[in-house]
Design a protein around this ligand. Structure first.
Ligand code: ZN
Length: 471
């Protein structure tokens, strides 16, 4: 309001003075701990200028914020498991705020400001990367110059392709990517439903289910409530040697009546539908929170995508469509579908040239009914199970060479539907039967069991599925 008055006067000199007077308040501080960094988010009443530098012996980070005053307590932050031992603030002048962060270990700081979004106002973000984390070789293309396409492409080519395991029967590795996290809540629904929470819960359930099956291993790109840039997600998948990348999301639509699950694969040119295009834009926006600032991501991505697609995308894409269709079909048994075929759109997380990748939208969190279901443990479990079944069907059909599942198939066990399961803590025979969609009776028979008593670590033979066809 005050500033508008000066606009009326219209004198540039007065405008500058107005800027100087319009000090911003630091209204809150939030902290997120990720595996290799600590993120501090300062909530502001308006934009600020800032400067961050490090001091050694003892290790400290100094954040100078001009035009700002501290209007919140900084004492109650959850510092456990972080390198931060304390934080102090001093008002150096009326509008010069200095924050000092005491550290127990050396860190590399990275900072940037963010404009307001649907949930938060102006923010100053300070990321403190642990020593030894790969902040110096960021996966975010923030340091990539558009004129040098070779730079970002080279490390993703076969040089770093997953190593051929010396063991002839390695596990098939599934990277499960829970969308959003930390500062980025994803889509918001009624009753405080947040996409980032729902999808992490589903991702963890899916991981548990996959890990219970011999021959498979599931790795999460995100294990808690913190932010990971989109590029970093695919990079984590590659480092874990993933054979498949599954990104889990929940939709939002301007109309709250929109409902149903969908599965996406990457499109090389253009999205298959307007919805797909809109959604890809929304999901990709997530990366702005990675602090790429005014670097134009779009141009780089278009160009990068073009280069990568030419190289090895075609084969990968057909696998993505195949596994996507199977996942979609299984999801259709437990939830309504938004579209009954795999859609294609330019999601950034799907742009791995060598790893089949799908993005699963588990339902519309903007729809009150679906938001409720998405938050229920039963539905999350059912969704995870249907995604798992689709993945299993795909890999039984086309197991990567050198894997246990390939060996199973080649030794003829799969043709008669045989699988193995190692009993884990908390599992009952009935639960295992349900998970593999076989009857309790057939499971007992296949293992010559007189009772339902099983032991942790016991290996069970799973007979051919008998229930799937009855659904
Ligand atoms: Zn999402």
């Amino acid at each position: 309001m005050r500033r508008r008055a000066f606009f009326v006067v219209g004198l540039p000199v007065l405008l500058v003075m107005a800027q100087a007077w319009a000090a911003s308040d630091v209204r809150g501080v939030r902290l997120w701990r990720a595996p290799d960094n600590t993120r501090l988010v300062f909530d502001l009443s308006g934009p600020v200028q800032h400067n961050v530098f490090t001091l050694a012996a003892p290790d400290r980070i100094v954040i100078d914020v001009s035009n700002a005053a501290l209007k919140t307590s900084i004492e109650q932050l959850p510092l456990k498991n972080t390198p931060i031992t304390g934080m102090r603030a001093a008002q150096r002048t009326a509008d010069e705020l200095r924050l000092v962060i005491d550290l127990s270990a050396e860190v590399t700081p990275k900072s940037f400001t963010l404009d307001p979004n649907q949930e938060y106002g102006h923010r100053l973000v300070v990321d403190l990367f642990d020593k030894g984390s790969d902040v110096d070789t960021p996966s975010v293309p923030a340091t990539v110059t558009p004129s040098v396409p070779a730079a970002p492409v080279a490390p993703t080519l076969p040089a770093t392709k997953r190593p051929t395991s010396p063991s002839a029967r390695r596990d098939i590795v599934i990277a499960i990517d829970a969308g959003h996290g930390g500062e980025d809540p994803g889509a918001l629904g009624p009753g405080n439903a947040r996409e980032k929470d729902v999808v992490l819960a589903i991702a963890k359930r899916l991981q548990t289910q996959i890990n219970a099956e011999k021959g498979y291993r599931a790795e999460l790109t995100r294990t808690g409530d913190y932010f990971i840039p989109l590029r970093k997600r695919t990079e984590i998948a590659r480092k874990k040697g993933a054979d498949l990348f599954v990104s889990i999301h929940a939709d939002a639509a301007p109309r709250s009546v929109a409902y149903g699950a969908s599965v996406y694969a990457l499109s090389d040119r253009g999205a298959t539908s307007e919805t797909a295009r809109w959604l890809a834009d929304t999901e990709n926006q997530s990366d702005l929170i990675g602090g790429v600032g005014n670097v134009s991501l779009d141009d780089k991505d278009r160009m990068l995508a073009g280069v990568l697609l030419d190289l090895s995308m075609t084969a990968t894409l057909s696998s993505s469509l195949d596994v996507g269709q199977r996942v979609l079909r299984n999801m259709g048994r437990i939830a309504p579908l938004h579209k009954d075929r795999v859609e294609q759109a330019g999601f950034m997380v799907l742009k791995s040239p060598d790893i089949p990748s799908i993005l699963v939208e588990t339902g519309f969190i903007s729809n009150p009914g679906e938001a409720n279901k998405l938050r229920s443990a039963n539905h999350q479990q059912a969704l995870a199970r249907s995604i798992h079944t689709g993945i299993r069907q795909f890999f039984q059909q086309s197991p990567p060479p050198g894997t246990y599942i390939a060996w199973l198939r080649d030794s003829g066990k799969v043709s008669i539907g045989m699988r193995e399961h190692t009993v884990r803590s908390g599992e009952s025979l009935a639960l295992i039967a349900q998970r593999y969609q076989v009857t309790l009776d057939s499971l007992r028979r296949a293992n010559k069991l007189d009772s339902n008593i099983i032991k942790i670590g016991q290996t069970l033979t799973i007979p051919a599925s008998t229930l799937a066809s009855q659904q």
